[in-house]
Write a protein that binds this ligand. Structure first.
Ligand code: SF4
Length: 249
């Protein structure tokens, strides 16, 4: 079995409640969505770039597609030079490769790694196939007014319920832009509460300027939306993409 990866590197987690922790990132190619603010190349790339010495900016090009053994070996090599707390499985949409993950994750777990899954949070069937190997789920709840794609709330609620049923640590990321529709935001907050419970941690991530949009929310908007979401779910933090500020991978 083989897959397409775009990057393997060790860096500082720049998003969410684990911000600042050292993670080893394994970035899968391809995505089933087209969020307007996407900052990732979601095409299948011919090669995967691997930064073996963290922060060096020196990348080795490894030909795609890669086998499970090849990916596990590259992870061992990058990890041996660092102190990574978790392996961050990211994309693209890594759950599109759930059959590959079903082979890779047991190897990584048997070697003592904690697995952190970054996901659009809308492929519950694929999550269920690998959930026993996951320690932390960082899931998005996507708003139509922000992504400029049709909303997928029912899939998000199934996804969040699944994390709760299997007792996996989960938090929800709401990416908000200046175009955020407040009614839609509150529908999302109520849906999160119903599917995940009142104690669900919600991270509001202000959208970062991207190639196709510069609708960055204002500070006043962020304060207002944090207050509004907090009226439904008490545990709400505003955390921007800090790796972009530091110009890191
Ligand atoms: S889900 Fe993530 S990778 Fe896919 S299009 Fe949206 S932002 Fe990009």
């Amino acid at each position: 079995m083989k897959t397409y990866l775009s990057e393997i590197f060790s860096s500082i987690q720049g998003e969410g409640p684990y911000v600042g922790e050292r993670h080893l990132f394994v970035r899968f190619c391809a995505c089933h969505r087209k969020c307007v603010y996407c900052d990732t190349n979601t095409e299948l790339s011919e090669t995967c770039i691997v930064e073996k010495k963290p922060g060096s900016g020196e990348f080795e090009q490894i030909k795609n597609p890669m086998s499970v053994e090849q990916v596990a070996d590259l992870i061992r090599e990058v990890d041996a030079k660092t102190q990574n707390k978790q392996i961050s499985i990211t994309g693209g949409a890594p759950l599109m490769q759930s059959r590959f993950l079903l082979k890779l994750l047991p190897i990584l777990k048997s070697e003592g790694h904690s697995i952190y899954l970054e996901t659009a949070g809308d492929l519950p069937k694929e999550l269920k196939a690998i959930i026993e190997w996951i320690d932390v789920v960082a899931m998005d709840v996507k708003l139509e007014s922000v992504t400029e794609e049709p909303a997928t709330f029912p899939a998000h609620w199934q996804f969040l319920k699944l994390c709760r049923t299997y007792d996996v640590e989960v938090f929800v990321k709401l990416i908000l832009s200046a175009n955020t529709h407040e009614g839609e935001l509150m529908t999302a907050a109520k849906g999160i509460k119903k599917a995940g419970g009142e104690d669900t941690l919600v991270v509001i991530q202000p959208m970062t300027k991207a190639e196709k949009t510069d609708a960055v929310p204002t500070i006043e908007q962020l304060f207002r939306w944090q207050d509004k979401v907090t009226s439904v779910l008490p545990n709400v933090r505003v955390i921007p993409q800090t790796h972009k500020m530091m110009e890191m991978l």
